[in-house]
Write a protein that binds this ligand. Structure first.
Ligand code: SF4
Length: 357
C-alpha cells in the first residue's frame, strides 16, 4: 500500500506533492482562460482563501497564450487542463505552466506523446493523469461492461505505462467518479499498486451543500486511511468555497498546519445568547488566521468550560454575559454586547504568541 508518505515526491512549481509533504489543496478557475483579467482576479481570490495549486482549462490557442501573462501575476503553481491536443500542451509548457493534466493515451501518435514528455522533462514539469469514471477508454468499457474501480485503476496503469516507457516518472494520478463508493474503491485499489501521489476528488459532486457532504464523505474516508497527497473539492459554486471546504476537511484530520479551528455547540434549551451569529462571525474572523489554534464558542456555562478545555481560547455564554476561557481557565467575564470583540482581542494575542515562538 502506497500511503501518502510513501509516494514519490513530485515537484509542482515551488511545491512538492507526495512524500512526507502536507496534503495540497487545489481548485480550478471558472473563467475563460483567455480572459486574463478575470482569470487572474479569480486566482488571487483563491490564493487568499488558501488555494495552493490552481488549474485552468486550456482548450484553445488563446487560452494557451494567456498562460504567460497569468503566470506573471499569480503566486501559486498553475496547471493546464488539456484534452487530446498535444500542441496546446506544448504551448502551455512553453508559456511557463507548472503542471499539465493530460492523459498520454489520449494524445494520439507516439511522436506526439514523446514531444510532450520531452518538453515536460526539459522544464521539470509533472503530468497529472486524470482518470474519470465517465470517460473510460472504450476497450475498458467493453472489458468490464460499465465503469468499475478495477477499470479505473487499469486505465490509470495504462496511461502510467506509456509515460514510464519513456522514462518519465513525475506523475500524479487522479481517479475521479461522482459515485462516492466507486471513487473510494478506485483510490484504495490505486494506492495498492501506484507509487505516485494521488490527487483526490469526487467529480461533479454537486452544489455547495450536497457537494460538500459527498466530497467530505469520499475524501474523508480516503484521508483517514492515509491516502491522497493533494485534492480538489468540486462544487457547483464559487471555487473559493471549494478551498474553504478543503481546508475544513483537512483540519478534521489534523492535516493542515496553517489554519485555525472553530469548535461551536449546536445549542439547546440552556442557551441565553445569540450563538449562531456569534459562531459565524468568529468563524469568518479566524478563517484568515494562519496558525493552528482552536477557538471555542459555546452556548452556556454548564458544559461550556469543560468542552472549552481543549481550546486555546473560548467563550461560554451566560445570561447577558460571556465567560472568556484561555487554555481551559476562565480569565474574565464580559458583557454580551462586547463578547465577540473581547474574544477577537484574545484570539489576536494568542496568534501573536504563536507567531513569536
Ligand atoms: Fe446546550 Fe450549553 Fe451544550 Fe451549548 S454548551 S449545547 S447551550 S448545554
Amino acid at each position: 500500500m502506497f500511503l501518502r508518505q510513501d509516494t514519490r515526491p513530485v515537484r509542482v512549481g515551488n511545491l512538492t506533492i507526495g512524500g512526507k509533504n502536507e496534503v495540497i489543496i487545489q481548485s480550478m478557475c471558472t473563467t475563460k482562460t483567455a480572459d486574463v483579467e478575470a482569470t487572474v482576479a479569480e486566482i488571487l481570490r483563491l490564493e487568499e482563501a488558501g488555494c495552493q495549486v490552481v488549474r485552468v482549462t486550456v482548450n484553445n490557442e488563446e487560452a494557451a497564450a494567456a498562460i504567460k501573462e497569468i503566470k506573471k501575476r499569480i503566486h501559486i503553481p498553475l496547471v493546464a487542463d488539456i484534452h487530446f491536443n498535444y500542441k496546446l500542451a506544448l504551448m502551455a509548457i512553453e508559456n511557463g505552466i507548472d503542471k499539465v493534466r493530460i492523459n498520454p493515451g489520449n494524445i494520439g501518435k507516439r511522436e506526439k506523446v514523446e514531444a510532450v514528455v520531452k518538453a515536460c522533462k526539459e522544464k521539470g514539469i509533472p503530468i497529472r493523469i486524470g482518470v474519470n469514471a465517465g470517460s473510460l477508454e472504450n476497450h475498458l468499457i467493453e472489458k468490464y461492461g460499465y465503469p468499475t474501480p478495477e477499470a479505473m485503476v487499469e486505465s490509470a496503469l495504462y496511461h502510467i505505462g506509456i509515460l514510464e516507457e519513456l522514462d518519465f516518472h513525475d506523475i500524479i494520478v487522479s481517479l475521479k467518479a461522482s459515485d462516492v463508493p466507486m471513487a473510494i474503491a478506485a483510490y484504495t485499489k490505486a494506492a495498492e499498486v501506484i507509487p505516485y501521489p494521488l490527487h483526490l476528488g469526487i467529480t461533479e459532486a454537486g452544489t455547495l451543500f450536497s457537494g460538500t457532504v459527498k466530497s467530505a464523505a469520499g475524501l474523508g474516508a480516503l484521508l483517514s486511511l492515509g491516502i491522497g497527497s493533494t485534492m480538489r473539492i468540486s462544487l457547483s459554486a464559487d471555487p473559493v468555497e471549494e478551498i474553504k471546504v478543503g481546508r475544513e476537511l483537512l483540519k478534521s484530520f489534523g492535516l493542515i498546519s496553517d489554519a485555525a479551528t472553530l469548535v461551536s455547540c449546536p445549542t439547546c434549551g440552556r442557551l441565553d445568547i445569540d450563538l449562531f451569529s456569534i459562531a459565524n462571525e468568529v468563524e469568518e474572523y479566524i478563517s484568515k488566521i494562519k496558525v493552528p489554534i482552536k477557538v471555542s464558542v459555546l452556548g452556556c456555562a454548564v458544559n461550556g468550560p469543560g468542552e472549552a478545555r481543549e481550546a486555546d481560547i473560548g467563550i461560554a455564554g451566560a445570561r447577558g454575559e460571556g465567560l472568556l476561557f484561555r487554555y481551559g481557565e476562565m480569565i474574565r467575564k464580559v458583557p454580551e454586547a462586547t463578547m465577540v470583540e473581547e474574544l477577537k482581542k484574545e484570539i489576536d494575542n494568542i496568534v501573536k504568541v504563536y507567531e513569536e515562538t
